[in-house]
Structures are given as structure tokens and as C-alpha cells.
Design a protein around this ligand. Structure first.
Ligand code: AMP
Length: 121
């Protein structure tokens, strides 16, 4: 799938739509999900134009890949849900149609702040 510059996260990255920002650096932007499914529901997205995890794994540079996953770790600490703080969380990414992906810009959901429960419903 080609990257669509009109997807909502591309608009957030360009500052055309607001978000409740948690963290930003050279590689990632993180913000609260607009429709939280758990007490804490954050999204982490790469700054680069990647539709999903497969596109990212195949086409992103090693720096982008490292920066993205380090970003998730930083965000988990900022939110107070890291294992270092004795908590924990679920990181999840949906890929494509069968995966239930709605926004075609790679994003990881971070769910935490409570017991997350069943793996898949
Ligand atoms: P997915 O189904 O994995 O593509 O998840 C897309 C997520 O983006 C959903 O959890 C939505 O609630 C969330 N979402 C959609 N629009 C916005 C927005 N403007 N700000 C924050 N989260 C959003």
C-alpha cells in the first residue's frame, strides 16, 4: 500500500490537527488516543512515512528503527507504566485489513494504568 499523506496521523505530524502530546523527539511522536480503551491509552508513531510495521521493517533505516523502539521505552517511563516502576503495559500494533488497522501510518498502542486482561477479544 502506498503511503497516503492525508491520513490523520500525517496531519497531526504536520501540526494541522491538534493532539494531546506526551513526547516527541527526532524519531517519534507520542500522544493520547482520542478514544481510550484503557485507563492509559497512548499512541507512538514514527516521524517517517510508513504505513505499517511491515513497511517500517522493510524500508526504515536502522536509526529510525532503533529510535522508534527507544521512543516506546521513553514514553512508557513518562507515563509511569514501565516495568522499572513495577507496572507494565501492552504494546500492540494492528497491520492491514485483517489486523483491524484503521489509520494507515504505523502506530503502536500502549495500554496501561490497570490490568490489561485478555490478549485478544
Ligand atoms: P488502529 O485501528 O490500530 O489503526 O488505531 C487507530 C487509533 O487511532 C484508534 O484507537 C483511534 O481512536 C485513534 N485515533 C483516531 N484519530 C485520532 C486522533 N485525532 N487523535 C488521537 N487518536 C486518534
Amino acid at each position: 500500500m502506498n503511503y497516503n499523506d492525508n491520513n490523520i496521523f500525517a496531519k497531526i505530524l504536520r501540526g494541522e490537527i491538534p493532539c494531546k502530546k506526551i513526547y516527541e523527539d527526532e524519531f517519534v511522536l507520542s500522544f493520547h488516543d482520542i478514544n481510550p480503551q484503557k485507563k492509559i491509552h497512548a499512541l507512538v508513531i514514527p516521524k517517517g512515512k510508513y504505513t505499517d510495521l511491515n513497511d517500517f521493517s522493510k524500508n526504515a533505516s536502522m536509526n529510525e528503527i532503533a529510535g522508534f523502539f527507544k521512543g516506546i521505552e521513553i514514553v512508557s517511563k513518562k507515563l509511569g507504566i514501565s516495568t522499572e516502576g513495577g507496572k507494565g503495559y501492552r504494546a500492540l500494533t494492528n497491520i492491514g485489513n485483517d489486523g483491524g488497522q484503521e489509520v494507515p501510518h504505523l502506530h503502536f498502542h500502549l495500554f496501561g494504568g490497570e490490568k490489561i486482561g485478555k490478549m485478544v477479544s
